[in-house]
Design a protein around this ligand. Structure first.
Ligand code: DGY
Length: 325
């Protein structure tokens, strides 16, 4: 344990399981924010000015302007797998280690992609709104007719660990799986996932469910916009569990409103927590507040990994000197 007289300070930008944070408290003084809020760069700079490390949410920005005010900072640990909130070049130039939580959330996030596929095609949230509003007058043969999920073509854009976990679940639904990725997967992985590589336009044209799992980068920004939506089938569904910025929201609203595609299931938005009002007004879209990895067990595993990563990166733990990537 570090000397109590020279204990470093660590900032936790949003509430996190207190018992897991106790591991960090053995080594550092820990300031935990008690509210989930979006931090501006100025606020981040102010909070980090006397901190050696931080545990961050995936929307908390760190770039050169923040780092310029954080002379003591040695490591930041995202409690999430995405890291588009972090400017890695600026962090590396400042000698600050950055970590994320890959691997522990794949299966839970894949479950949720399926929840959105099923909810969107079978109009689950719309049906619940209908029932709660007292509109249900009796068993009707014709209400809320949806699309089938089983037997249709599942298309996945971005075939990393999460994409692969989504694909593996398609067997029970007897769904052919096609995917597009920056690079084609090994044959053995394709066989394990039962997935066939296709070019991007074929994916857009043939998928009945197009699931987005690409990371947010300059190359993937608005990777689905007007032109891509125009290639999709009219009865297809778009599912986004990646980052809001990979879809052009305005183009999607237009496509949904015009019936250009059948519907969408969206867990992420371009300007979270804001959701375009036009989107809120549409019935053929299922909207959730960025919860794809939010099972209790998985969120605890993510928190534990972020804490362990920070302890290691700051040199307090058994892996000191070998900070995880
Ligand atoms: C992630 O891990 O990047 C998710 O989007 C948030 O949990």
């Amino acid at each position: 344990m570090s000397s109590p007289h020279h204990r470093p300070r660590v900032w936790v930008s949003r509430p996190l399981f207190d018992d897991i944070l106790d591991r960090l408290r053995e080594h550092a003084d820990v300031d935990v924010e008690d509210d989930d809020r979006d931090w501006t760069r100025e606020q981040m700079a102010q909070r980090l000015r006397d901190k050696a490390g931080a545990i961050l949410g995936v929307a908390d920005p760190v770039d050169a302007s923040v780092l310029a005010h954080a002379p003591l900072l040695r490591a930041v640990a995202n409690r999430g797998v995405g890291y588009n909130n972090l400017d890695l070049a600026a962090l590396s130039a400042a000698g600050v280690v950055a970590t994320n939580t890959p691997g522990v959330l794949d299966e839970t996030t894949a479950d949720f992609a399926w929840a959105l596929m099923l909810a969107t095609a079978r109009r689950v949230t719309e049906a619940e709104r209908y029932l709660r509003a007292g509109q249900w007058k009796g068993m009707s043969f014709h209400i809320l007719l949806g699309g089938d999920v089983h037997g249709r073509t599942l298309g996945i854009l971005g075939m990393g660990r999460i994409g692969q976990a989504i694909a593996r679940r398609a067997v029970g639904f007897r769904m052919p799986v096609i995917y597009h990725n920056r690079s084609r997967l090994d044959d053995a992985i394709e066989r394990d996932c039962g997935a066939r590589y296709v070019d991007r336009d074929t994916l857009l044209r043939e998928a009945d469910f197009l699931v987005l799992t690409v990371p947010m980068t300059a190359q993937t920004r608005h990777i689905v916009g007007t032109a891509e939506l125009a290639l999709m089938k009219r009865d297809a569904f778009l599912i986004n569990i990646a980052r809001g910025g990979v879809v052009d929201d305005a183009a999607l609203v237009a496509a949904l409103a015009q019936g250009r595609i059948a519907g969408a299931g969206l867990d992420v938005f371009e300007r979270e927590p804001a959701v375009p009002p036009e989107m809120l007004a549409l019935d053929n879209v299922v909207l959730t507040p960025h919860i794809a990895s939010a099972s209790l067990a998985t969120r605890r595993a993510m928190a534990a990994m972020a804490v362990d990563n920070l302890i290691a990166a700051l040199g307090y733990g058994p892996n000191a000197g070998h900070p995880p990537n």
